[in-house]
Design a protein around this ligand. Structure first.
Ligand code: GRG
Length: 303
């Protein structure tokens, strides 16, 4: 376990270095936006999505890691944009994120909105440039990866889930709608990360569809754990306020089903994801101990 933690810290630091490499230089008349982008991206997130992407790529014996790096960068930038916008006064109105003051607290609301916008469009700029510059034989898989990167965070994915979440804040949420919100708002980004890893490694559509299902289960477990931590977590460890859902009168998995079932569901969703993942690699004897340890770690996470 100690070894896993060291490996995780090393790999997360490598993602940080990658992000540093891709972030735009802070210069020129518009340099405030570059500074605001860097402030939130480099605030020290767990880097779960880029890590899942790279480790899924490795699980499927992907060879050229240079293909994955721009997509790892892009997904973390899209994720960071969503956090900046989620914290805005008009949405959750949170002052802390990733252990730091939120973007609007430091740069003001207008600049925080722009920082989110900028991270989203820059993410696509990075990924599209890599796809356009790819070797001809890699172009079809880069295009497929782009398709997932544009679809999952969008209106049929993360944004769509957030729309329903915002509309129903303070109101009772039926079970099927709660599932819909979790699947779209959180799981879609985890699905995207893992699918892109598999696609860039050259996996078939059938395997990518199985990975999508594993990603869905991991995403559900991840969001339920997020709800659990909002009740039981330690603010100093989480780097963001606890009881934010209560403050915003939000229906969570815990308020809907109770703590005991929430804990049990995290376990069941993640066990199912691991089962699917192992099944996809069984006949080829694929392995990636770090990937499975990462999933286990996410389930038991305290932040
Ligand atoms: C403008 C209304 C409006 C919203 C736009 C689309 C959107 C913002 C938000 C998406 C919804 C969202 C923020 C879901 C939260 C998912 C989640 C569990 C985030 C926390 O992810 P971690 O724990 O965070 O990976 P770190 O900081 O470690 O990267």
């Amino acid at each position: 376990m100690v070894m896993f933690k060291e490996e995780l810290a090393e790999k997360a630091a490598a993602v940080d270095a990658l992000l540093e490499r891709y972030l735009p230089e802070e210069k020129g008349y518009a340099k405030t936006i570059f500074s605001a982008m860097r402030y939130s991206v480099m605030a020290g997130g767990k880097r779960i999505r880029p890590l899942l992407m790279m480790e899924t790529f490795r699980y499927f014996q992907g060879e050229n890691e240079k293909l994955v790096e721009p997509f790892m960068t892009a997904i973390e930038m899209i994720h960071t944009y969503s956090l900046i916008h989620d914290d805005l006064p008009a949405v959750d109105n949170d002052d802390y994120r990733r252990g730091r003051l939120t973007s609007h607290k430091v740069y003001g609301e207008a600049m925080a909105i722009l920082a989110g916008d900028a991270l989203q469009s820059y993410a696509y700029e990075v990924a599209a440039a890599a796809a356009a510059d790819a070797a001809p034989e890699d172009m079809p898989r880069m295009a497929q990866a782009m398709k997932v990167l544009t679809h999952k965070p969008g209106i049929y994915g993360m944004v769509g889930g957030q729309v329903v979440d915002v509309e129903l804040t303070g109101k009772p949420i039926p079970e099927d709608v709660l599932h819909f919100i979790f699947e779209l708002k959180t799981a879609d980004m985890i699905e995207a990360a893992m699918m892109i890893g598999a696609i860039l490694a050259g996996e078939s559509q059938e395997t990518v569809a199985q990975i999508e299902k594993a990603g869905l289960d991991i995403g559900m477990a991840f969001q339920i754990q997020d709800d659990i931590l909002d009740e039981t977590g330690d603010e100093a460890v989480l780097g963001k306020p606890v009881h934010s859902d209560e403050k915003n009168v939000k229906t969570t998995w815990v308020t809907a089903y109770g703590m005991e079932k929430a804990v049990q569901d995290v376990r069941e969703y993640s066990d199912e994801a691991v089962r699917i993942l192992r099944e996809t690699g069984e006949s080829r004897h694929l392995s990636n101990d770090f990937l499975f340890a990462l999933i286990e770690h996410m389930v038991g996470r305290k932040r």
